[in-house]
Write a protein that binds this ligand. Structure first.
Ligand SMILES: C[S@@+](CC[C@H](N)C(=O)[O-])C[C@H]1O[C@@H](n2cnc3c(N)ncnc32)[C@H](O)[C@@H]1O
Length: 254
């Protein structure tokens, strides 16, 4: 049996399914496994350190876009649960489902849920593109998933999982367009690759490969196009903090 939750996918014939024997050779999953393997126990510290605390501001931006009284929210690529738990704390009456591909990170999130005694959080081992829940949700959030995801298939899943009027809130890194900012960004990653990799060797693959991933990703226009194809409305794109990251929001037609 697959270790991932199996989905019945209705609208993404071009993509690999989680119950497909080929999925293990999906380059997206191999990349995520290679980059994140062994990084779980230091993730929260590193994300805060490497973004100079700006990650917290970005998470607050995501929270501020949620509906005022959500009952059910699905947070995709939950990782160690930073955003999942922030949503659960902000909305104690909301059932928050954190979906994560890798058991290493999910185990850390589960331990945190037990420590914090949060009983409105459910943690699910699954690929974001494939997860199917029994009841619809009011919003689907994600932070740092889009550049790794099969976006047409993700848009399909989000559409199927949202109630009419439900919201998509997707956040990830973007490459700063202005040359002066791009120069500072390049220098910063050079420092992470030398100093950061010496101090945190388990992060070497990420420090080495993330810059190229961010330079090359076209996740914002690709997601917008996938959302339009899927029939989402009110699609909005914002740049955050000197265009170092982006936020795409959309609504399932009521
Ligand atoms: C940089 S971490 C972000 C974690 C969390 N969202 C946060 O903001 O702190 C990226 C996470 O995405 C997960 N991931 C990548 N691709 C995924 C997919 N297709 N489905 C579910 N999780 C995925 C990785 O396993 C990793 O834990």
């Amino acid at each position: 049996m697959s270790k991932y939750q199996i989905a019945v996918v209705g609208c993404a014939e071009n993509s690999v399914r989680s119950d497909d024997p080929m999925m293990s050779s999906d380059p997206r999953i191999e990349l995520v496994e290679r980059l994140f393997s062994g990084t779980g126990s230091t993730y929260d510290h590193i994300v805060n350190l490497c973004t100079a605390g700006i990650d917290r501001r970005w998470k607050r931006q995501i929270l501020s876009r949620l509906p005022s009284r959500p009952k059910r929210v699905m947070d995709l690529a939950a990782g160690t649960g930073i955003l999942t738990f922030a949503i659960a704390r902000r909305f104690p009456d909301c059932h928050v489902m954190g979906v994560e591909l890798r058991a290493e990170y999910l185990d850390i999130a589960r331990a945190r849920a037990a420590r914090e005694k949060l009983d409105n959080v459910e943690l699910i081992l699954a690929r974001a593109e494939d997860v199917r829940l029994s009841e619809p949700v009011d919003a689907v959030t994600s932070s740092y998933l889009a550049k790794y995801a099969d976006l047409p298939r993700l848009a399909c899943t989000m559409y199927e999982m949202l109630r009419p009027g439900g919201l998509v809130i997707t956040h990830d890194f973007t490459y700063p367009a202005m040359p002066v900012l791009a120069g500072a960004w390049e220098l910063y990653f050079k420092i992470l690759q030398s100093v950061g990799s010496r101090r945190y060797p388990q992060w070497r693959a990420i420090f080495d490969e993330l810059p190229d991933l961010i330079r090359q990703t076209t996740w914002v226009p690709d997601l917008v196009s996938a959302l339009k194809t899927q029939g989402f409305t009110d699609i909005g794109c914002e740049s955050l903090t000197l265009k170092g990251s982006g936020l795409v929001t959309a609504k399932k037609i009521s």
